[in-house]
Design a protein around this ligand. Structure first.
Ligand SMILES: Cc1ncc(COP(=O)(O)O)c(C=O)c1O
Length: 390
Protein backbone atom coordinates (compact mmCIF):
# COMPACT_ATOMS: atom_id res chain seq x y z
CA UNK A 1 0.00 0.00 0.00
CA UNK A 2 1.31 3.43 -0.85
CA UNK A 3 0.64 6.04 1.83
CA UNK A 4 -0.85 9.13 0.30
CA UNK A 5 1.49 11.93 1.29
CA UNK A 6 0.62 14.27 -1.53
CA UNK A 7 -3.06 15.13 -1.29
CA UNK A 8 -5.11 15.30 -4.45
CA UNK A 9 -5.06 17.25 -6.69
CA UNK A 10 -1.56 18.27 -7.69
CA UNK A 11 1.82 18.10 -6.02
CA UNK A 12 0.99 19.77 -2.71
CA UNK A 13 3.33 19.29 0.24
CA UNK A 14 1.06 18.92 3.26
CA UNK A 15 1.68 20.10 6.80
CA UNK A 16 1.28 16.82 8.65
CA UNK A 17 -0.19 14.02 6.52
CA UNK A 18 -0.87 10.55 7.95
CA UNK A 19 2.20 8.29 7.99
CA UNK A 20 0.88 4.80 7.26
CA UNK A 21 2.30 1.83 5.38
CA UNK A 22 2.58 -1.95 5.28
CA UNK A 23 2.49 -2.45 9.06
CA UNK A 24 -0.82 -0.58 9.38
CA UNK A 25 -2.17 -2.54 6.42
CA UNK A 26 -1.28 -5.89 8.04
CA UNK A 27 -2.81 -4.96 11.42
CA UNK A 28 -6.01 -3.75 9.74
CA UNK A 29 -6.38 -6.83 7.55
CA UNK A 30 -5.77 -9.10 10.52
CA UNK A 31 -8.46 -7.31 12.54
CA UNK A 32 -10.88 -7.52 9.60
CA UNK A 33 -10.21 -11.22 9.07
CA UNK A 34 -10.59 -11.96 12.79
CA UNK A 35 -14.26 -10.99 12.47
CA UNK A 36 -14.04 -8.24 15.13
CA UNK A 37 -15.49 -5.55 12.90
CA UNK A 38 -18.25 -4.41 15.26
CA UNK A 39 -17.27 -1.69 17.76
CA UNK A 40 -15.63 -3.56 20.64
CA UNK A 41 -13.00 -6.27 20.28
CA UNK A 42 -9.55 -7.45 21.33
CA UNK A 43 -7.63 -4.76 19.43
CA UNK A 44 -9.56 -2.06 21.29
CA UNK A 45 -8.64 -3.50 24.68
CA UNK A 46 -5.05 -4.11 23.61
CA UNK A 47 -4.73 -0.58 22.20
CA UNK A 48 -5.94 0.91 25.50
CA UNK A 49 -3.50 -1.24 27.47
CA UNK A 50 -0.58 -0.43 25.21
CA UNK A 51 -1.12 3.35 25.21
CA UNK A 52 -1.69 3.38 29.00
CA UNK A 53 1.56 1.43 29.45
CA UNK A 54 3.41 3.83 27.17
CA UNK A 55 2.12 6.88 29.05
CA UNK A 56 2.33 5.27 32.48
CA UNK A 57 -1.28 5.50 33.66
CA UNK A 58 -3.35 2.75 35.27
CA UNK A 59 -5.74 2.62 32.33
CA UNK A 60 -7.28 4.23 29.27
CA UNK A 61 -10.56 4.49 27.34
CA UNK A 62 -10.38 4.75 23.54
CA UNK A 63 -12.99 7.03 21.99
CA UNK A 64 -13.97 8.45 18.61
CA UNK A 65 -12.05 11.75 18.88
CA UNK A 66 -9.87 13.88 21.11
CA UNK A 67 -12.85 16.19 21.53
CA UNK A 68 -14.94 13.30 22.90
CA UNK A 69 -12.06 12.42 25.24
CA UNK A 70 -11.98 15.98 26.57
CA UNK A 71 -15.73 16.05 27.04
CA UNK A 72 -15.70 12.79 29.03
CA UNK A 73 -12.60 13.91 30.96
CA UNK A 74 -14.37 17.06 32.11
CA UNK A 75 -17.50 15.10 33.07
CA UNK A 76 -15.21 12.64 34.85
CA UNK A 77 -13.82 15.27 37.21
CA UNK A 78 -17.32 16.56 37.89
CA UNK A 79 -17.47 19.68 35.70
CA UNK A 80 -21.06 20.71 35.10
CA UNK A 81 -23.51 23.57 34.50
CA UNK A 82 -22.61 26.79 36.31
CA UNK A 83 -18.92 25.92 36.76
CA UNK A 84 -16.06 27.91 35.29
CA UNK A 85 -13.08 26.12 33.72
CA UNK A 86 -9.68 27.73 33.16
CA UNK A 87 -8.56 27.21 29.54
CA UNK A 88 -5.57 28.66 27.65
CA UNK A 89 -6.65 31.02 24.92
CA UNK A 90 -3.99 29.62 22.58
CA UNK A 91 -5.41 26.24 21.66
CA UNK A 92 -7.55 24.43 19.12
CA UNK A 93 -11.27 25.12 19.46
CA UNK A 94 -12.04 21.66 20.87
CA UNK A 95 -10.54 22.48 24.28
CA UNK A 96 -12.96 25.35 24.82
CA UNK A 97 -15.94 23.68 23.12
CA UNK A 98 -15.70 20.61 25.35
CA UNK A 99 -16.12 22.90 28.38
CA UNK A 100 -19.27 24.37 26.87
CA UNK A 101 -20.69 20.87 26.14
CA UNK A 102 -20.79 20.27 29.91
CA UNK A 103 -22.75 23.48 30.55
CA UNK A 104 -19.71 25.13 32.16
CA UNK A 105 -18.09 28.39 30.97
CA UNK A 106 -14.47 28.66 29.83
CA UNK A 107 -12.37 31.48 31.28
CA UNK A 108 -9.43 32.11 28.97
CA UNK A 109 -5.89 32.83 30.10
CA UNK A 110 -2.95 33.94 28.01
CA UNK A 111 0.20 31.99 27.23
CA UNK A 112 3.90 32.17 27.90
CA UNK A 113 5.32 34.03 24.88
CA UNK A 114 8.38 31.76 24.73
CA UNK A 115 6.65 28.37 24.69
CA UNK A 116 3.04 29.14 23.72
CA UNK A 117 1.90 27.08 26.71
CA UNK A 118 -0.39 28.43 29.40
CA UNK A 119 1.00 31.25 31.56
CA UNK A 120 1.13 29.65 35.00
CA UNK A 121 1.27 32.96 36.88
CA UNK A 122 -2.02 33.99 35.31
CA UNK A 123 -3.64 30.69 36.37
CA UNK A 124 -2.34 31.21 39.92
CA UNK A 125 -3.74 34.73 39.91
CA UNK A 126 -7.09 33.79 38.41
CA UNK A 127 -8.26 30.90 40.62
CA UNK A 128 -8.53 32.90 43.88
CA UNK A 129 -10.10 35.81 42.01
CA UNK A 130 -12.80 33.57 40.57
CA UNK A 131 -13.44 32.00 43.94
CA UNK A 132 -13.60 35.35 45.69
CA UNK A 133 -16.67 36.18 43.68
CA UNK A 134 -18.30 32.83 44.39
CA UNK A 135 -17.47 30.87 41.24
CA UNK A 136 -16.88 27.11 41.40
CA UNK A 137 -13.69 26.37 39.43
CA UNK A 138 -14.44 22.97 37.93
CA UNK A 139 -11.03 22.32 36.35
CA UNK A 140 -7.88 23.78 34.85
CA UNK A 141 -7.16 22.44 31.32
CA UNK A 142 -3.55 23.05 30.27
CA UNK A 143 -2.79 22.20 26.64
CA UNK A 144 0.52 20.67 25.52
CA UNK A 145 0.95 23.06 22.65
CA UNK A 146 2.29 21.66 19.36
CA UNK A 147 3.69 18.67 21.25
CA UNK A 148 5.48 20.47 24.11
CA UNK A 149 4.27 19.81 27.64
CA UNK A 150 2.96 22.71 29.70
CA UNK A 151 4.91 23.58 32.85
CA UNK A 152 3.59 20.76 35.06
CA UNK A 153 6.41 21.28 37.58
CA UNK A 154 4.43 24.39 38.53
CA UNK A 155 0.88 23.47 37.46
CA UNK A 156 0.52 20.14 39.29
CA UNK A 157 1.24 21.59 42.80
CA UNK A 158 -0.70 24.75 41.95
CA UNK A 159 -3.87 22.79 41.12
CA UNK A 160 -3.36 20.36 44.03
CA UNK A 161 -2.98 23.22 46.54
CA UNK A 162 -6.04 24.97 45.11
CA UNK A 163 -8.03 21.72 45.14
CA UNK A 164 -8.91 22.11 41.44
CA UNK A 165 -8.79 19.06 39.13
CA UNK A 166 -6.20 19.24 36.36
CA UNK A 167 -7.39 17.89 33.01
CA UNK A 168 -4.47 17.63 30.58
CA UNK A 169 -5.22 18.30 26.93
CA UNK A 170 -2.40 16.20 25.49
CA UNK A 171 -4.14 15.89 22.11
CA UNK A 172 -1.00 17.00 20.26
CA UNK A 173 1.61 15.56 22.59
CA UNK A 174 1.68 11.75 22.66
CA UNK A 175 5.32 10.75 23.13
CA UNK A 176 6.39 14.06 24.67
CA UNK A 177 7.82 14.19 28.19
CA UNK A 178 8.27 16.74 30.96
CA UNK A 179 10.68 16.12 33.86
CA UNK A 180 10.79 12.43 32.99
CA UNK A 181 7.01 11.82 32.91
CA UNK A 182 4.91 11.35 29.79
CA UNK A 183 2.40 13.75 28.25
CA UNK A 184 -1.09 12.57 29.15
CA UNK A 185 -0.09 11.49 32.67
CA UNK A 186 -0.07 14.80 34.54
CA UNK A 187 -3.68 15.45 35.41
CA UNK A 188 -6.45 13.51 37.13
CA UNK A 189 -7.21 12.66 33.55
CA UNK A 190 -5.54 13.33 30.20
CA UNK A 191 -6.91 13.41 26.65
CA UNK A 192 -5.15 12.34 23.43
CA UNK A 193 -6.17 12.81 19.80
CA UNK A 194 -5.51 10.35 16.97
CA UNK A 195 -6.90 12.69 14.33
CA UNK A 196 -5.37 12.28 10.85
CA UNK A 197 -2.88 15.13 11.28
CA UNK A 198 -1.53 14.02 14.68
CA UNK A 199 1.78 12.38 15.56
CA UNK A 200 0.01 9.03 15.16
CA UNK A 201 -3.47 8.42 13.84
CA UNK A 202 -6.39 6.02 13.88
CA UNK A 203 -7.78 8.14 11.00
CA UNK A 204 -9.97 9.67 13.70
CA UNK A 205 -9.98 8.86 17.38
CA UNK A 206 -8.94 9.82 20.87
CA UNK A 207 -8.25 8.45 24.31
CA UNK A 208 -8.71 9.26 27.99
CA UNK A 209 -5.86 8.34 30.30
CA UNK A 210 -6.03 8.18 34.07
CA UNK A 211 -4.90 6.43 37.25
CA UNK A 212 -8.48 6.74 38.52
CA UNK A 213 -10.06 3.47 37.45
CA UNK A 214 -13.51 4.54 38.67
CA UNK A 215 -13.35 7.62 36.44
CA UNK A 216 -12.35 5.41 33.49
CA UNK A 217 -15.15 2.91 34.14
CA UNK A 218 -17.66 5.74 34.20
CA UNK A 219 -16.21 7.27 31.03
CA UNK A 220 -16.50 3.90 29.26
CA UNK A 221 -20.13 3.69 30.41
CA UNK A 222 -20.96 7.21 29.18
CA UNK A 223 -19.14 6.53 25.89
CA UNK A 224 -21.45 3.58 25.15
CA UNK A 225 -24.80 5.38 25.51
CA UNK A 226 -24.75 4.78 29.30
CA UNK A 227 -26.31 1.41 28.61
CA UNK A 228 -26.97 -0.64 31.74
CA UNK A 229 -25.69 -4.23 31.79
CA UNK A 230 -29.12 -5.78 31.24
CA UNK A 231 -30.49 -7.96 28.43
CA UNK A 232 -32.75 -5.16 27.20
CA UNK A 233 -31.72 -1.56 26.46
CA UNK A 234 -31.86 0.31 29.76
CA UNK A 235 -30.44 3.84 30.18
CA UNK A 236 -30.57 5.72 33.51
CA UNK A 237 -28.56 8.74 32.44
CA UNK A 238 -27.61 10.63 29.33
CA UNK A 239 -24.83 8.85 27.44
CA UNK A 240 -22.94 9.34 24.19
CA UNK A 241 -21.87 7.22 21.24
CA UNK A 242 -18.17 7.93 21.64
CA UNK A 243 -16.44 4.54 21.53
CA UNK A 244 -13.58 3.86 19.09
CA UNK A 245 -14.11 0.88 16.79
CA UNK A 246 -11.98 -2.26 16.94
CA UNK A 247 -10.70 -1.77 13.38
CA UNK A 248 -9.46 1.73 14.10
CA UNK A 249 -7.83 0.50 17.30
CA UNK A 250 -5.93 -2.05 15.20
CA UNK A 251 -4.64 0.81 13.03
CA UNK A 252 -3.63 2.65 16.21
CA UNK A 253 -1.70 -0.38 17.52
CA UNK A 254 0.41 -0.46 14.36
CA UNK A 255 1.05 3.28 14.63
CA UNK A 256 2.10 2.90 18.25
CA UNK A 257 4.77 0.37 17.24
CA UNK A 258 6.18 3.04 14.91
CA UNK A 259 5.67 6.04 17.22
CA UNK A 260 9.29 6.53 18.30
CA UNK A 261 10.51 6.34 14.71
CA UNK A 262 7.91 8.90 13.63
CA UNK A 263 8.91 11.24 16.46
CA UNK A 264 12.57 10.88 15.48
CA UNK A 265 11.78 11.91 11.90
CA UNK A 266 9.85 14.98 13.09
CA UNK A 267 12.73 15.90 15.39
CA UNK A 268 15.24 15.60 12.53
CA UNK A 269 13.07 17.91 10.47
CA UNK A 270 12.84 20.42 13.34
CA UNK A 271 16.63 20.34 13.74
CA UNK A 272 17.01 21.12 10.04
CA UNK A 273 14.58 24.06 10.32
CA UNK A 274 16.52 25.28 13.37
CA UNK A 275 19.76 25.23 11.40
CA UNK A 276 18.14 26.97 8.43
CA UNK A 277 16.67 29.80 10.49
CA UNK A 278 19.55 30.20 13.00
CA UNK A 279 21.32 32.96 11.03
CA UNK A 280 18.08 34.76 10.13
CA UNK A 281 17.43 37.87 12.26
CA UNK A 282 14.04 38.01 14.01
CA UNK A 283 13.11 34.33 13.54
CA UNK A 284 12.89 31.72 16.31
CA UNK A 285 11.23 28.33 16.64
CA UNK A 286 8.46 28.09 19.25
CA UNK A 287 9.49 25.95 22.24
CA UNK A 288 12.82 25.13 20.57
CA UNK A 289 14.55 24.59 23.91
CA UNK A 290 12.20 21.74 24.95
CA UNK A 291 14.17 18.49 24.51
CA UNK A 292 11.11 16.50 25.65
CA UNK A 293 8.85 17.74 22.82
CA UNK A 294 7.46 15.22 20.34
CA UNK A 295 8.01 17.91 17.63
CA UNK A 296 4.46 17.43 16.31
CA UNK A 297 4.46 20.73 14.40
CA UNK A 298 7.40 23.10 13.98
CA UNK A 299 6.34 26.72 14.35
CA UNK A 300 8.52 29.68 13.34
CA UNK A 301 7.84 33.02 15.05
CA UNK A 302 8.76 36.02 12.95
CA UNK A 303 9.40 39.43 14.48
CA UNK A 304 8.85 41.73 11.51
CA UNK A 305 10.72 44.64 13.16
CA UNK A 306 13.92 42.57 13.04
CA UNK A 307 13.33 40.34 10.02
CA UNK A 308 11.87 42.93 7.65
CA UNK A 309 9.22 40.44 6.51
CA UNK A 310 6.14 38.80 8.01
CA UNK A 311 5.19 35.17 8.61
CA UNK A 312 2.31 35.77 6.19
CA UNK A 313 4.81 36.73 3.43
CA UNK A 314 6.61 33.40 3.79
CA UNK A 315 3.25 31.59 3.91
CA UNK A 316 2.16 33.23 0.64
CA UNK A 317 5.51 32.40 -1.01
CA UNK A 318 5.24 28.73 0.00
CA UNK A 319 1.56 28.52 -1.01
CA UNK A 320 2.50 29.65 -4.52
CA UNK A 321 4.87 26.68 -4.65
CA UNK A 322 2.25 24.18 -3.49
CA UNK A 323 3.54 23.98 0.09
CA UNK A 324 1.00 24.05 2.89
CA UNK A 325 1.57 26.12 6.03
CA UNK A 326 -0.86 27.44 8.66
CA UNK A 327 -0.95 30.27 11.15
CA UNK A 328 -0.83 29.16 14.80
CA UNK A 329 -4.24 28.72 16.48
CA UNK A 330 -6.36 31.85 16.49
CA UNK A 331 -6.84 32.59 20.21
CA UNK A 332 -10.13 31.49 21.75
CA UNK A 333 -11.00 34.92 23.15
CA UNK A 334 -11.07 36.18 19.53
CA UNK A 335 -13.31 33.38 18.25
CA UNK A 336 -16.87 34.53 17.48
CA UNK A 337 -18.28 31.32 18.99
CA UNK A 338 -16.79 32.22 22.39
CA UNK A 339 -17.44 35.94 22.24
CA UNK A 340 -18.21 37.41 25.64
CA UNK A 341 -16.23 34.80 27.57
CA UNK A 342 -14.15 36.16 30.42
CA UNK A 343 -10.41 36.33 29.74
CA UNK A 344 -7.14 37.31 31.37
CA UNK A 345 -4.77 38.46 28.64
CA UNK A 346 -1.25 39.84 28.28
CA UNK A 347 -1.26 39.99 24.48
CA UNK A 348 1.17 37.05 24.10
CA UNK A 349 -1.23 34.72 22.23
CA UNK A 350 -2.36 37.49 19.88
CA UNK A 351 1.27 38.24 19.04
CA UNK A 352 2.01 34.55 18.37
CA UNK A 353 -1.07 34.36 16.17
CA UNK A 354 0.14 37.39 14.19
CA UNK A 355 3.74 36.22 13.95
CA UNK A 356 3.60 32.42 13.77
CA UNK A 357 3.85 30.10 10.79
CA UNK A 358 3.41 26.36 11.14
CA UNK A 359 5.76 24.56 8.75
CA UNK A 360 5.47 21.15 7.05
CA UNK A 361 6.42 18.76 9.85
CA UNK A 362 5.03 15.30 9.04
CA UNK A 363 7.02 12.10 9.44
CA UNK A 364 5.59 10.90 6.11
CA UNK A 365 7.35 13.67 4.18
CA UNK A 366 10.08 12.19 2.02
CA UNK A 367 13.39 13.74 1.04
CA UNK A 368 12.29 15.18 -2.32
CA UNK A 369 9.37 16.96 -0.62
CA UNK A 370 11.56 18.18 2.24
CA UNK A 371 14.17 19.39 -0.23
CA UNK A 372 11.43 21.29 -2.07
CA UNK A 373 10.30 23.00 1.16
CA UNK A 374 13.83 23.98 2.14
CA UNK A 375 14.70 25.23 -1.35
CA UNK A 376 11.54 27.37 -1.36
CA UNK A 377 12.34 28.85 2.08
CA UNK A 378 15.96 29.51 1.05
CA UNK A 379 14.75 31.21 -2.12
CA UNK A 380 12.46 33.44 -0.02
CA UNK A 381 15.19 34.27 2.48
CA UNK A 382 17.72 35.05 -0.24
CA UNK A 383 15.41 37.67 -1.67
CA UNK A 384 14.27 39.03 1.70
CA UNK A 385 17.53 39.01 3.64
CA UNK A 386 20.05 39.43 0.89
CA UNK A 387 21.23 35.85 1.21
CA UNK A 388 21.98 35.64 4.96
CA UNK A 389 20.52 32.10 5.16
CA UNK A 390 21.54 30.79 1.80
C1 LIG B 1 -5.13 20.93 21.48
C2 LIG B 1 -6.17 20.06 20.87
N1 LIG B 1 -7.21 19.67 21.63
C3 LIG B 1 -8.17 18.86 21.14
C4 LIG B 1 -8.13 18.40 19.84
C5 LIG B 1 -9.29 17.61 19.34
O1 LIG B 1 -8.95 16.37 18.85
P1 LIG B 1 -9.90 15.69 17.72
O2 LIG B 1 -9.68 16.41 16.44
O3 LIG B 1 -9.41 14.27 17.69
O4 LIG B 1 -11.30 15.78 18.21
C6 LIG B 1 -7.04 18.78 19.02
C7 LIG B 1 -6.86 18.32 17.63
O5 LIG B 1 -7.55 18.13 16.75
C8 LIG B 1 -6.07 19.64 19.53
O6 LIG B 1 -5.04 20.05 18.76
Amino acid sequence: MTARTDGPPGPTVLLSPPDVGPLEESYLIEALRSGWVAPAGPDLQAFEREVATRVGTAGAVAVSSGTAALHLALLGVGVGPGDVVVVPTLTFIATANAVRYTGARPVFVDCDPQTGNVDVDLVADLIPRLRARGERVGAVVPVDMFGSCADYTALVPLCADAGVPLVEDAAEALGATHAGAAAGSFGQVGALSFNGNKIMTTSGGGMLLSDDTELLTRARHLATQAREPLPHYEHRELGYNYRLSNLLAALGRAQLVRLDGMIARRRQLRDRYAKLFAPVPGVRLLGAEDSGANCWLTVAIVDEDRSGWRAADLAAHLARRGIETRPVWKPMHLQPVHVGAESLMTGAAERLFARGITLPSGSALREPQIARVFAAIEEFLTVRTGGSAA
